[in-house]
Design a binder for this molecule. Sequence first.
Ligand code: C2E
Ligand code: CA
Ligand code: CA
Ligand code: CA
Length: 280
Amino acid sequence: AKDQGRNRFSYFTPSLQTAALARLRMTNDLRVAIAEQHLQVYFQPIVDLHTGRIQKAEALVRWRHAQLGFISPMEFIPIAETSGLILAIGDLVFRESVKWVKQWRQDYHPDFQVSVNQSPMEFQGDQERYVNWIQYLADQNLPGQAIIVEITEGLLLDASHKITSKLLQFRDAGIQVALDDFGTGYSSLSYLKKFDIDYLKIDQSFIRNLAPDSSDIALSEAIIMMAHKLGLKVVAEGVETTQQSQLLEQAACDFAQGYLFAKPLPPEEFELLLQQQKAS
Ligand code: C2E
Ligand code: CA
Ligand code: CA
Ligand code: CA
């Protein structure tokens, strides 16, 4: 207890202050970065495992800080959530995604879809925001099917009217819903029946150690089988090797995403992949 007291003075308090200052600075920098359009949206291919073709892309936000270089979303998304800036970020990622999915549907694939992430804090917010999104899609002459919204499992535990009505709002507009990071959270399977979800994204922690006869392949196979019985398609995240891809294909997994295919890319570079695919 004595040691704890000393630690609190010599180490804990100053570092808390430093951390608080760092957060404050990052919040301010982030606000400026949003205003000055320093955030970019990258796109990572989602590949149909049956055909090997890129069918969709996940939009992932990038922040290049003038002094610090690229800052990971793992660092700034939590700060964006506590400061409320996540709403502005989500809106800009959405609009940028709409801009590119429109072009890619015209030029490469009429059914192309872009998937956007929604933080729980964002998803639980004002219903009006998604009314605006749906209107924005209509203004761009795009069907809701052009967009997939990725949410996390935790949200569904709270089967409140707010959550359910937003999911219905999406469904009515044709916007599909994916359950992100599946297997890391509560993983109660009962809600899959209760809510209208279109995709399960198996978290990369299950994919990392996929090997024949491993417990992770057994788990993945079980998840895929169950998802299919419930009418959901499955996306495997973090696929890095051909062995993982082959095992997933054998397990009847529908889609895969990961460095094996491509890292998240700026839109102009992503488009080169679609060009190559069209030519081949
Ligand atoms: P996430 O939604 O699970 O996104 C997948 C993350 O895995 C991305 O990290 C992606 O770059 C990374 N990844 C993709 N393939 C591989 C692979 O083969 N191996 C490995 N090791 N990693 C791979 P990223 O872009 O750093 O994003 C991290 C998290 O930040 C995302 O996880 C998501 O939760 C959040 N995030 C990113 N962009 C947004 C956004 O626009 N809005 C919100 N709300 N959250 C976002
Ligand atoms: Ca995601
Ligand atoms: Ca994920
Ligand atoms: Ca559905």
